[in-house]
Design a protein around this ligand. Structure first.
Ligand code: NAP
Length: 347
């Protein structure tokens, strides 16, 4: 059997297609598919199980993971590290950080960890997962697929009312000030955009740190004795803008009625026309398939960086600021609590 692929939010609109593609074209992979609700009360998890049932010989497990609970994320990663080191699960080949949260319809929510929920789910929790699982990748490396969006680029999203700008005080990303004036849609969209800008900028820093071969104080802080271990340089991280997905359920979850109506009566039926105005407008099936190809290095092998759909691309000018990327990297270690953890990623 070849490597393990971890996919978060595996019952999501695009993710279901990622799973279908992997089952059909890469039946040798071991899939670890995380969802918030593993029970058969969850209609989307049932769709995932139906997809899996079509490939009874495939090797997979559906596991619960709520990214708004950092203790659960650390425990999930720890267990997987043990399973890999004990030979129960093949070494990792890819982590697909697909799950996401937004809330355009009600007030800002803080998690039990004390962070703003959008930022925790989309950025902090996925960073925990990636950092803790690095040591479980196969010797010849693999791929980390992170998710950004056109919202990271000021002025590109039709829903934008507040431009996404990284604040001078980075802690305001994780613990933002009160919304002023109260406008759930504007602030919720801005929180989403900032989370997608942060994970994009973190990706650039992550790639740099993965490629350093010695004396990296930050990685050694998290017990990665990278000087004796050059295998991380074979892990490539990408951040994809998968496109605007006309049929995603994202438009119907935690969104105001106006967006839900637009989704039903305009965006879905008029997608072929809307594509003329927005060339990234496409279906979840197209996006999910591309993500699977990236995960297994079928698309853009060896590439590190930003992609729009499957095109290797340049992200916004702000996102390319290396000083801020490194500040986000350092602050993310703080938010994740990784340096304090007796992480299972020592090698
Ligand atoms: N849709 C778009 O137009 C678009 C555009 C640009 C970028 N993207 C990015 O593409 C990716 C996939 O988008 P999509 O439209 O396919 O998403 P989606 O259909 O809305 O699915 C979102 C997934 O995230 C999961 N999730 C939400 N909160 C979670 C939590 N606290 N812990 C764990 N999982 C959680 C959901 O699970 P539950 O069902 O349990 O809530 C669901 O599986 C996302 O990263 C998104 O930001 C999407």
């Amino acid at each position: 059997m070849s490597g393990t692929i971890v996919l978060t939010g595996a019952n999501g609109s695009a993710a279901l297609w990622t799973v279908r593609y992997l089952l059909q074209h890469h039946p040798d992979k071991h899939l670890i598919l995380t969802v918030r609700d593993t029970s058969d009360a969850d209609a989307n998890t049932n769709l995932l199980r139906e997809a899996l049932a079509e490939y009874p010989d495939a090797s997979s497990s559906v596991r619960p993971l709520d990214l708004s609970n950092l203790t659960a994320v650390h425990e999930f990663a720890e267990r997987l590290v043990d399973e890999v080191s004990g030979g129960k699960v093949p070494k990792l080949e890819s982590i697909i950080s697909n799950a996401f949260y937004w809330n355009l319809a009600s007030a800002m929510q803080m998690t039990g960890d004390g962070y703003e929920k959008t930022f925790q789910v989309n950025h902090i929790a996925h960073s925990v997962l990636v950092l803790r699982l690095l040591g479980s990748f196969a010797k010849d490396g693999g791929r980390i697929v992170l998710f950004t969006s056109d919202t990271h680029w000021p002025g590109k999203s039709a829903l934008e009312k507040i431009k996404p700008r990284i604040p001078a005080n980075l802690d305001e990303l994780a613990k933002p000030p009160a919304d002023e004036p109260e406008d759930h849609m504007a602030h919720g969209q801005n929180r989403y955009a900032l989370s997608k800008l942060a994970i994009l900028m973190w990706m650039y820093a992550l790639n740099r740190h993965l490629q350093k071969v010695c004396d990296d104080s930050i990685l050694s802080e998290i017990h990665l004795t990278i000087s004796k271990n050059t295998r991380f340089s074979n892990i490539t991280a990408v951040a994809i803008n998968p496109g605007n997905l006309s049929d995603s359920r994202a438009l119907r979850v935690n969104t105001p009625a106006m967006i839900q109506m637009m989704s039903k009566y305009i965006i879905r039926p008029l997608r072929p026309l809307l594509r003329f105005m927005d060339p990234t407008m496409r279906t979840s099936s197209e996006a999910g398939t591309d993500v699977a190809k990236l995960a297994v290095n079928e698309a853009s092998p060896g590439y590190r960086g930003f992609l729009t759909l499957l095109k290797e691309d340049t992200s916004s000018p702000d996102s390319l600021n290396e000083t801020v990327q490194e500040e986000i990297w350092a602050k993310t270690l703080e938010w994740t609590g990784i340096s304090a953890a007796t992480a299972g990623i020592s090698t």
